[in-house]
Write a protein that binds this ligand. Sequence first.
Ligand SMILES: Cc1cc2nc3c(=O)[nH]c(=O)nc-3n(C[C@H](O)[C@H](O)[C@H](O)COP(=O)(O)OP(=O)(O)OC[C@H]3O[C@@H](n4cnc5c(N)ncnc54)[C@H](O)[C@@H]3O)c2cc1C
Length: 466
Amino acid sequence: MESQKITLPVVKPCVSFWQQTTRSFPYLHTNKNNPAPEDSKYVIIGSGISGALTTYELIQGGVPAGDITIFEAREAASGASSRNAGHVRPVTDIDAFRGFQVYKQLHGPDQALKIIANEKLVFERVRDFVDKHGVQCDFNPTTTFDVCMTQEFADFNARSFKEYREAGGDVSHIKLYDGEEAQRVTRVQKAVAAYEWPAGSSHPAKLAQWLLTQCVEKGVRLFTHCPVTLVTKSASSLPDRISWDVQTPRGITKASTVVHCTNAFAPHLLPQLSKFITPNRAQAHAFVPPASLNSSNILPSTMSLRHSLKHFYSVAQRRPDGIIILGSPIANPNISSSAATSRLVPDDGIFNEEVRDDAVSNFETCFPECEKGKLSHGEGLLHTWTGIIGMTTDSVPFVGRIESLPGQWVCAGFNGHGMARIFTCAPGVAKLILGGTWDDTGLPECFEITEERLERLQKGVPGSVF
Ligand SMILES: Cc1cc2nc3c(=O)[nH]c(=O)nc-3n(C[C@H](O)[C@H](O)[C@H](O)COP(=O)(O)OP(=O)(O)OC[C@H]3O[C@@H](n4cnc5c(N)ncnc54)[C@H](O)[C@@H]3O)c2cc1C
């Protein structure tokens, strides 16, 4: 199995729509020029939703905020958490009930059921969290449609749905529409069938920034533009109490607990993961709708427009401003092989024009009133950006204690599903750090980073042991 040398995130990323609309966040460049502290009991690496929520949960669990330092390579929350397509549901080839077949092959049927149940739970957790704390992140609890654009895909989805249900999967929350009814509920004229279930959308940067604000205002030290370049065993470690030197260009911080929340970039500091986490570039677009899709006509639900398993697009229209966010698949049969392989370059400072044109053209086909000739100046494509997602060999994240590095923990490798996973994984890793057991996390067992899992992946057999 080939491993790739994973670098740090690029220093000059593009600015996403989410970042464009939150440039006044006061902690964007906090401690940009200050030296790193000499000591900090806890160091969190990465300030995306994983890092921010892990920190938040540690504080909730009783850790004094002043004992925690967050290091972020670029501006605050500048990774995938501020660059996605705004969904609180996974949108990939293996999401929702469709994921069952793949997860079953990789992790066995029981784990597959737990993985999918976890996605539903995360939506409920985000919804309840935002509600309880009044988080201003444009959260829209709604439903989402899987819109089948071809009979072939409708048949595939029907088989996946049946298999999931027959294995005991909960389908009580999923509605199915066929033919004209599917076209009516989705407003997509060429829809063949549609599945609908509860999901949400949010302004992901505002969510990450809200979490960071809570942490910083309680006393957490956030160091932005301060990449961690190496974590080594501290010379002052005791045999039964290891501490770690967290090295940055602005000094070394000694810590007993280090949490890697660096998603696609985790292998830079944990080279043992370099064969198992691969950075992939994903792309998204903001679109200003014409009258048929604005004001009282905005799309009430999010959707995924599915032509085939690997050929799909996401659509989420924002309530506050009506902007439509279009997400492009990682690779799809409609684009050239050079455009498809450009996703392997982990540089979110650039985007691919062919991927952009394909996403817009697909949207125009599904909503013909959005064709270029019919739009007024100022309507249509507003912005394009990219972000880096972390794909894992066995399609599930790495969460928990790194057995070979006592005191180091990881919460990374979200396979483009972080918005549908982090709200259980980050609280899970915080519980473990605070002395809880895996059972306390409620997470599927296959998410745990164990030596046994790494050895199995090393042998190239991602198969199940459960
Ligand atoms: C275009 C796009 C569409 C997406 N669509 C969906 C979707 O529909 N549904 C879904 O569930 N998810 C989706 N995702 C994925 C989701 O956004 C991610 O899974 C999630 O944001 C990961 O959060 P994180 O905190 O783990 O990682 P990130 O937000 O990437 O945060 C990691 C942070 O670590 C920092 N960092 C890395 N290395 C170092 C270092 N050595 N030192 C210091 N800092 C470091 C980075 O700069 C970054 O800020 C999408 C992502 C993209 C880009």
